[in-house]
Design a binder for this molecule. Sequence first.
Ligand code: NAD
Length: 455
Amino acid sequence: MTATFDVINPATEQVVDSVRLVTAEETDAAIARAAKAFPAWRAVAPGDRARLLRRFADAVDADLENLARLEVLNAGHTIGNARWEAGNVRDVLHYYAAAPERLTGRQIPVPGGVDLTFAEPLGVVGVIVPWNFPMPIASWGFAPALAAGNTVVLKPAELTPLTAVRLAELAHQAGIPEDVFQVLPGKGSVVGQRFVTHPLVRKVVFTGSTEVGKQIMAGCADQVKRVTLELGGKNANIVFADADLEKAAAAAPYGVFDNAGQDCCARSRILVQKSVYDRFMELLEPAVLGVVVGDPGDEKTEMGPLISHGHRAKVRSYLPEGAPIAFQGKAPDGPGYWFPPTVVTPSGVRDPLAADEIFGPIVAVLPFADEADAIAMANDTDYGLSASIWTRDVGRALRVSRAVEAGNLSVNSHSSVRYWTPFGGFKQSGLGRELGPDALAAFTETKNVFIDTEG
Ligand code: NAD
């Protein structure tokens, strides 16, 4: 019997589609086809590979509204965010389309001969994607991998397969051979695991929870398989007394409640200098209560639902009777997996409300004494993905940016993602970098060739 998975609209709880789950045997067959397609794909002339990626980007652009509406339906993303996400895929493809013609090696002076280095593609790359940003995260894996001459098998999250399936159709329509880029909707424990264990998959790119990331890394160790990991975060938003408090408080809800807090870069711990704590909370309250939660297809909506019933139950479990709620916005009653934007004031950084990646619209606010205290609190976590620093003091901005153990820092901003700059985590937030030139290097292996010219 063929197993299928019902795709549910999290804003309505209606079934919108049913997707067939790929089996372990089908995964093996897909990997074998990808391995067979590799020699021809790596041999495609750089200019032709670039042209195919640009045509894929143009196909995404032409389909942008459809892709965005699919994501509203499948993931409950607001339409504004979903348009940005589809646009990000287009831009990432254009950025890496410039790569095939620029991916060069080196010639290093040596006595007695010529020494050459080559940037060789790896072979089949397995990309495993989470449900929180299905489109961009898929493209951060497949675009640089394809540009560097690898073939790709990609597994979307069980809950959110629709846009990945559509992206594969667009790639094939653009002329990228079917076996070069295959999307395999299925279970992590089946399809994802085969990416880890199958010897013809030469690299796994995994984005998801730190817990599963550790299993992937351990599994890859057996074959010394290359791995890039983009994992969880519990990111600090540090507000110093000399900051533009109005600006910091107005931006804070966006920093954490965007995508209903289901964002690895969500600034879910706001650390505020004691001397301005009360004033900051006064400014934060109306900003939080003003967040518009509702129909994600409505242009005015700022926050949609959580992804699933089970995920909402997990988020809810953080707020038992007597939880330190400072204030809470409003959300629709249902149907739909709604949760209101919530501000809590836990006792310290190791309180689960301040330490765990809740991955929902709950933000912890904690006071700190001075710069050293702020840095110590920001670093008192196993995560290290991103952080924001709000201050008017340039020296402090740079000092604190250097001292905070995180991969992506923003000063007077919450911006973390630009497709042309590196993205990734310190400590248990990940391994390796995506986006920018770093990602391209991560999809090649350096080969050194010495040619004796002495005869
Ligand atoms: P998850 O770890 O449960 O699943 C991620 C993907 O891995 C899914 O496709 C899932 O099917 C697959 N998977 C699950 N078990 C597997 C296994 N044993 N072997 C192989 N694959 C397996 O994560 P999620 O709940 O989908 O996503 C939320 C998490 O992703 C959060 O922790 C979030 O912080 C993280 N995330 C990180 C980044 C980043 O760039 N650092 C970006 C987005 C999300």
